[in-house]
Design a binder for this molecule. Sequence first.
Ligand SMILES: [Zn+2]
Length: 547
Amino acid sequence: MNETNTLKNPYTAISNNKIEEIKTVAEKKRYRVAIYCRLSQEDRNKKNKEDESESIKNQKIMLTEYANSNEDWDIVGTFVDEDWAGMNQDRPNYNKVLELAERGEVDIVLCKSLNRFTRDSIVVEQYVLEKFKEWNVRFIGLVDNTDTALKGNRKSIQINGLTNQWYIEDMSDSIKSALDIKRNKGEYIGSVPLYGYLKDPNKKGHLIIDPVASKVVKQIFSLYNQGMGKTSIARELNNQGIPNPTEYKRQQGIAYKTPPNKLGTQWKYFSISDILGNEMYKGNMVQGKYGSVSFRTKKNKPRPKDKWFIVEGTHEAIIDIDLWNSVQSKRNNNYKPYKGGKIGVFAQKCKCEYCGYTMKSCKSHNDRYLRCPTRQVNKSDCIGSFISEERLKKTVLRELNLLIKQYLNVEQLEESIILKRVRSEKEQLQEEISQYEGNINKYSKALKDLFMQKVNGHITEEEFISLSTELRKDKETIEQQLIQKKDKLLELSNEQETIKSKKELLKQYINVTELSREMVDNLIEYIEVGQKDPKTHKKTIKIHWKI
Ligand SMILES: [Zn+2]
């Protein structure tokens, strides 16, 4: 007999070797758990069959996960009654669970909440409190904290939390755990799909490719891969008259109404940057980057990456893996340092104008040069480019000073407009958020009042159920909207920070006389170097700025 069996059948174990086995049994008793799921009254309003089975599916997952998290529990069966309307005698699996309990074949009956198990209060009294106790079976309602094993719980079952907020907590916790379950399974729960995708009308939580926006995403990746900078890409898209994601979604009628001023509809450095690093485009579902710490504090904060919900291969990729990898390696440039560990000022930043390969550093006498690596390997493959580091430094520095002068003049104007827009959007959102929060409080209070009316006999059980179902639905909707508003607010705050830091970045380079690696890194995407023009004797140097 193997060990698991020994533990599962304590009585056989005792007869084998009394002292030792009794000890084991006492320490490691295992519990047989029956899981019971059914649709509740609130599911009655669900639109279609799919939504119904969704609710059952979520219950099953949640209860199974909970049972599995208890090491000494063994699930003996999952029992489901699909029909919410059935009276007790029409719920075959409900009766099966009761039979198992009576015959002593289960130790624990696990259910989402007491009202999932039975709505009839006399039945609650009779079975859950008396019979289960008599049969030595423990009843657990996961989200309403019903547990017959806890002392004093009889009373709390009877008054059903009327004096406190269990109902409200049940609601928010069930929403939260249901959402987390969806996220864990890689189902998209956002109300607005990520730019480049659409919600699949045939499958809830599934994303399909948006034929229009996905082309823009592809263009962004491929331009960047060809060596174009993020700002240049943004400029290129603006020149093509392509609206930015927010404006695009507004035009499609699937997102918030942003005041459509011109700047708000344009592509910016950070929108390109976000897209280039978003794993969603290679087919992975990434959710939960921001989240509330708890439902009570209502604070939405960025979450550490190990808390994100990442599920691979949930939807069709817009960017194939080769392009993705190539772009990511360009984003995290790996520099080869010189002997002695110093990184060259232009390392990985210069390209041969003719073959496009990254120019390599070499040393001649005491000067450093950059040269085309292709020509180095085979003279016939490229006519080659060559430049002294010192000369390139001087050129870049001169251009940088010119650029700063121009940029700060123009940009000061533009920035103040953007910042003003961001500020007013933020204010508006904050106002909306406090409105939503106020409404949620009203609903909570209304639910509580409804309870009191039920307790005092002013309304019937049926009225209570139908009214509270409605209230809960509305409240749920508002809570979802609130989460979206908070996400948007966070987005705006990040935007504000980006603008500010960009300005600071430029300011620190005013009147610099020496070019450093850090500056090149911060300011320059790459430089194209060509050959001397035989007529003008001038070398072509194209600097692709990040700003
Ligand atoms: Zn070359």
